[in-house]
Design a protein around this ligand. Structure first.
Ligand code: C2E
Ligand code: MG
Ligand code: MG
Length: 400
């Protein structure tokens, strides 16, 4: 048996009482480059986990004797917590609450794999991207992120290593491109690209989110004006509540719009609700001023927080962006269908436009268009692209 290598990111342990399912997942995982072991119960899982130190555990929830929930509790006591893929046929509601259980236990990264699943579902759940993403716990720290220090981030901002990529947004009715969202990428000089999930939490905890947002705004607004001098294209920027504690961001944005002749109404400021938008009077008044200048205000990842309704009512939003967690499985999940329909209805009552993000295939686009979402964004339409490529993509589409 090979010695466990602390740094090998490819050890995957499957815990399922059905050997056929275990072998099926194992084959897909091996194709993806994982080293795989299979166990059939929670006690065996603990023994194998401690001996082999896998980075990822695929866990069946329903097992005779000790169940997957007990396994989550036991794994959460380990020094290094594995990424978890929860698989089960119990239904999405229960899987969701199992996922919340895992988050409450401090397990940072969880994907779900509802049974019955296809080869593609397993592949998607085990893809490094899915496993690295932790949409429900934006403050979790990965191995890569924990090596990053505030000094490095400051240097990256000062040296312009943090650069936007642009993901298009289309009109669901006409399929025409209407704008872009700027997403931050940290291009380190050694050729690595560091993703936002690994540095935005650091930016927020180290007081660097202000300079980062400003750098993103400056580069992307200039790109917008140079790429689309006469086309009414919008640009969405991701901002956090912290950015509005003083009036600086508003003033900077207004200055950039003036310098590059961009009407403020073309700029959409997305706010993530997951971080708990506060009811602080300074924030409410600042966001009101931002709206008074004509900027659009969008509530990002709608539906994933606890106070979304309250914030929608309290803050002057113009757009609601439905979280991709509800969009990605909308063709199969009744719960997601209900949430999306209600969000569209609520937005209609409040006069907001609705964007569906995470549109990954044609049936999803049809579905969200059918229930009344105005705009769509997602890999099916286009992945985030570098500036020149994004501009050509849009011009090509506009000419059609
Ligand atoms: P977000 O604002 O909700 O952005 C959408 C994220 O989903 C992006 O990830 C995008 O690449 C990804 N995405 C888009 N379409 C699809 C799809 O069809 N399927 C899947 N699976 N994913 C899709 P990204 O670029 O990694 O950004 C993650 C989050 O980091 C963003 O979520 C946003 O909250 C934050 N972020 C990114 N750039 C900035 C920034 O400049 N400032 C701040 N404050 N936050 C940022
Ligand atoms: Mg966003
Ligand atoms: Mg979002």
């Amino acid at each position: 048996m090979n010695e466990p290598d602390e740094h090998d990111p490819h050890r995957l342990l499957i815990c399922d009482d059905d050997p056929q399912i275990g072998r099926f997942i194992a084959r897909v995982a091996q194709d993806l480059g994982y080293q795989v072991r299979i166990v059939a119960g929670v006690e065996a899982l603990e023994i194998e986990f401690d001996a082999w130190q896998p980075v990822c555990v695929v866990l069946d929830l329903m097992m005779p004797g000790l169940d997957g929930i007990e396994a989550l509790k036991r794994l959460s006591t380990r020094k290094t917590k594995p990424r978890i893929v929860l698989s089960s046929g119990v239904g999405e509601r229960i899987l969701d609450s199992a996922r919340n259980t895992a988050l409450a236990y401090g397990i940072p990264s969880i994907a779900v794999l509802p049974k019955p699943f296809t080869l593609e579902d397993v592949r998607h759940a085990l893809a490094p991207d899915t496993l690295r993403k932790t949409p429900d716990s934006p403050t979790s720290v990965h191995e890569a992120a924990s090596e990053l220090r505030a000094d490095d981030l400051k240097a990256a901002i000062d040296n312009h290593w943090i650069q936007p990529v642009y993901q298009p947004k289309i009109d669901c009715r006409t399929q025409a491109v209407v704008g872009f969202e700027a997403l931050a990428r940290w291009r380190s000089p050694d050729g690595r690209t560091i993703m936002p999930v690994d540095f935005i939490p650091l930016a927020m905890s180290s007081g660097l989110i202000g300079p980062l947002t400003e750098a993103m705004a400056q580069t992307s607004l200039r790109w917008l004006s140079e790429s689309f001098p006469n086309a009414p294209m919008s640009l969405a920027l991701n901002t956090t509540v912290q950015s509005y504690a003083t009036g600086t961001l508003r003033e900077q944005l207004a200055a950039y719009c003036e310098r590059w002749s961009i009407p403020q109404g073309r700029v959409v400021l997305e706010l993530t609700e997951g971080e708990g938008l506060t009811g602080a009077p300074e924030i409410i008044s600042e966001l009101t001023r931002v709206r008074m200048l004509g900027f659009q205000l969008s509530i990002d990842d709608f539906g994933t927080g606890y106070s979304s309704m309250l914030e929608l009512a309290r803050l002057p939003f113009t757009e609601l962006k439905i979280d991709q967690a509800f969009v990605r499985n909308i063709t199969t999940s009744k719960e997601s269908q209900a949430i999306v329909k209600l969000s569209v209805e609520l937005a209609g009552k409040l006069g907001l436009s609705v964007v569906a993000e995470g549109v990954e295939n044609a049936p999803i686009l049809d579905y969200v268009s059918g229930v009344g979402c105005h705009y769509a964004q997602g890999y099916y339409i286009a992945r985030p692209m570098e500036g020149p490529q994004a501009a050509s993509w849009a011009w090509e589409r506009l000419r059609r």
